[in-house]
Design a protein around this ligand. Structure first.
Ligand SMILES: Nc1ncnc2c1ncn2[C@@H]1O[C@H](COP(=O)(O)OP(=O)(O)OP(=O)(O)O)[C@@H](O)[C@H]1O
Length: 256
């Protein structure tokens, strides 16, 4: 590791450690399935959690898990080689997403949403089979604030993501330890240490989520004017003043 990448890694590890402390993401005896997709975010997540595990005052276990969607060209062999070379405990589970989607998808519904649901289901099942009580996902700070804007602009809800919540199956807890880590820093780190990146290789969707890209661009543009915008937006998510929102149930306690 070069001096530059080492310094950046220390910063990313500090930010992740702060999130783990703030939201009590990891506890004694946890067995955590770290969801690794072959993208930069989850590779980094796994590296940081492994580094923290070695020095943490609490004992916990990690197992890297990957769901192989079965799309032609999705190179799980590259992920597997990376995990093996780094000495990680891992499990890869294959699902025939493309075939299932083609058969079961409702007309005009999005392939991506259906595929994500299938992947999530497979992830929960695998974590359960492995006896994991937690699943760690690689969502980072930008994912949180982009989702906040997406929900406001397109859905009409005030919601982003949670750093810690009970999974849909009611068994595992989903954690997102990279909540304080900015995507630009992950990209820079990934470039410096040359993670073997692979993409989902979906033969149908392939393209990027245009609405999310639009939010990303908007935040980038505003950051020119408001350099602290990302930190401010993520702080806002933890600084909710319900009485100043349109809560119909709220009692009239506001002082005038
Ligand atoms: N095929 C997969 N197998 C296991 N986990 C996955 C898979 N795809 C996504 N995930 C998990 O879900 C998270 C969010 O997925 P998304 O597709 O939004 O990836 P992303 O933002 O590009 O992140 P990454 O860089 O880790 O791929 C990932 O960080 C990872 O933890």
């Amino acid at each position: 590791m070069s001096k530059q990448s080492d310094k950046l890694f220390q910063q990313l590890k500090r930010q992740t450690g702060k999130a783990i402390g703030d939201f009590k993401l990891i506890e004694e005896g946890d067995k955590i399935a770290v969801a690794v997709s072959g993208g930069k975010d989850s590779y980094l997540l796994l590296d940081i959690l492994e580094e923290l595990r070695k020095r943490a005052p609490v004992e916990f276990e990690l197992i890297a898990v990957n769901i192989d969607s079965g799309f032609p060209g999705y190179r799980t062999d590259i992920i597997e080689q990376h995990l093996r070379e780094r000495g990680h405990n891992y499990r890869i589970k294959r699902i025939d997403a493309y075939q299932i989607i083609s058969e079961k998808r409702k007309p005009n519904s999005s392939y991506c949403a259906f595929c994500a649901r299938l992947r999530r289901g497979a992830l929960y099942t695998l974590a359960d089979e492995l006896g994991c009580n937690k699943i760690a996902l690689g969502h980072h700070l930008d994912d949180f604030i982009e989702t906040l804007l997406l929900n406001q602009f397109y859905v009409g809800t005030l919601a982003a993501m949670s750093p810690k919540l009970l999974a849909d199956n009611g068994k595992q807890t989903v954690i997102r330890p990279l909540v304080y880590v900015e995507e630009a820093d992950i990209s820079e780190y990934s470039r410096l240490i040359e993670y073997p990146l692979i993409c989902c290789s979906c033969p149908v969707a392939g393209g990027v989520d245009q609405k999310r890209q639009r939010m990303k661009q908007l935040i980038n543009d505003l950051a020119e004017e408001i350099p602290q915008i990302r930190n401010s937006m993520i702080s806002a998510l933890g600084n909710v003043q319900l009485r100043h929102l349109l809560d119909k149930e709220s009692p009239l306690k506001e002082k005038r």
